[in-house]
Ligand binder design. Structure first.
Ligand code: GLU
Length: 435
């Protein structure tokens, strides 16, 4: 790595070159700042409240030494950023990815503050992550890394203080290890993390919750904008937890017959007549990728974004649609299942062409909403039925959609500006009441 790149890195001289964050092509803080400023100015949020919300409350950077399977010691870097807790305890996922750095975690933490306010659940916003490549690590190495991270950030966690959850490349198993490690010091504390296995105090419906929320917002947006979802051509970028559940639920519950393309990190598949999503899931489970499924044509991720579709659902990483590829986008409606998939420059161009964007803080808020239900169940020591969870998720998501859509309609502003306006008004009010 060049000296200049070293100086620009967010981590001060990490001892292990191997786990330095990969150099990124996007500044995520700039994306979230631009979106914040547009709405904060519109609703005339007081300058002191703006400045409170513009920076995080606390950031923790930790070293995590892990003995790898070959006996060598490797030093990883972990982050927990607590952005704001004016409406309730800090809440947000933990991400394992080679590109994770302090800057990215900071902007994702802010998104959580806006998200929890928008769906009106009593949480603030936080995010965590470790710079690592889980695809190159064994189960034992991941477990040791997770236990190490939990010990190192223990000082800022708590059932009423900060509650992690899964995010990119983490899952119920990782949450089980976190709960177990935390419990060694503090005793049995299921409410310390959400997204746990159902067997260990997790909630029914949590695994599919982000996909279910995305399905609900897609349904509402299609209805509002005159798109018939049953015959609409849909493309989904990303087939992890969020993308695959979204695809399954669009097909199963809304009867979407023309999901024409899906993709994962290895590439994508296309069938102009519509894919059988259950068959794609089976193929992915058997082979590790959606690629190569019979009866489909191959395409790459850029090709998927450029397809002639009605609805495009980016459900992978941030920065998928930028000023470089925005002119290829043909969709009428973009449903942001991922966090920050559209850059502000790209968004300006899409707005001028009349393309609607259902924003991330609304679309993917189903996950944290069911995390809230899981936390409540842990506090109550009482399990809710799946039907109860799904009915309450439906209520929260539809209410948030109505809030955003009516703000957008009455104020003649894009959905993102409307969503931020609703969230920032709630945060402004809570801040004034507290201080
Ligand atoms: N990682 C998810 C998100 O970005 C869920 C967070 C949570 O449940 O706390 O919204």
């Amino acid at each position: 790595m060049s000296q200049a790149a070293v100086l620009e890195s967010n981590v001060l001289s990490p001892p292990d070159e191997k786990h330095r964050p990969a150099v990124k092509h996007l500044d995520f803080n700039r994306i979230t700042d631009t979106q914040f400023n547009e709405a904060a100015d519109r609703i005339k949020l007081e300058p002191e409240i703006q400045s409170l919300l513009r920076s995080p409350y606390r950031e923790l950077i930790v070293q995590i030494p892990v003995t790898m399977d070959d006996g060598k010691l490797e030093i990883f870097h972990g982050y927990r950023v607590q952005h704001n807790a004016v409406r309730g305890p800090y809440k947000g996922g933990i991400r394992y990815h080679p590109e994770v750095d302090q800057n990215e975690v900071r902007s994702l933490a802010a998104l959580m503050t806006w998200k929890t306010a928008l769906v009106d659940i009593p949480f603030g916003g936080a995010k965590g992550g470790v710079t690592c490549d889980p695809s190159q690590m064994s189960r034992g190495e991941l477990q040791r890394l997770t236990r190490g991270l939990t010990q190192k950030i223990d000082m800022c966690l708590g059932t009423y203080r900060d509650i992690p959850a899964p995010d990119v490349n983490t899952n119920a198993q990782v949450m089980a290890w976190m709960m177990d490690e935390y419990g060694k010091k503090h005793g049995y504390t299921p409410g310390i993390v959400t997204g746990k296995p159902v067997n260990l105090g997790g909630s029914f419906g949590r695994e599919e919750a982000t996909g279910r929320g995305t399905m609900i917002i897609t349904r509402e947006a299609c209805q509002a904008f005159g798109i018939d979802i049953q015959s609409a051509r849909v493309a989904i970028q990303g087939f992890g937890n969020v993308g695959s559940w979204t695809a399954k639920l669009l097909q199963r519950e809304l009867g979407a017959k023309k999901i024409v393309a899906v993709s994962d990190v290895f590439g994508g598949i296309f069938n102009p007549d519509g894919l059988d999503i259950n068959a794609v899931v089976r193929h992915r489970d058997e082979t590790g990728s959606v690629c190569g499924m019979s009866g489909t044509e191959p395409l790459d991720n850029e090709g998927l974004l450029a397809l002639d579709v009605d609805v495009l659902i980016p459900a992978a990483l941030g920065g998928a649609i930028t000023s470089t590829n925005v002119d290829n986008i043909q969709a009428k409606l973009i449903v942001e299942a991922a966090n920050s998939p559209v850059t502000p420059g790209a968004e300006q161009r899409l707005r001028s062409r009349g393309v609607r964007i259902a924003p991330d803080i609304l679309v993917n808020a189903g996950g944290v909403t069911v995390s809230y239900f899981e936390w409540v169940q842990n506090l109550q020591q009482f399990r809710w039925e799946l039907e109860t969870v799904n009915a309450k998720l439906e209520e929260h998501m539809v209410r948030a959609w109505v809030d955003v859509y009516s703000e957008s309609d009455s104020g003649k502003v894009p959905l993102r500006v409307a969503a931020y306006s609703v969230a920032l008004r709630r945060l402004g009010e809570a801040t004034r009441q507290r201080y």
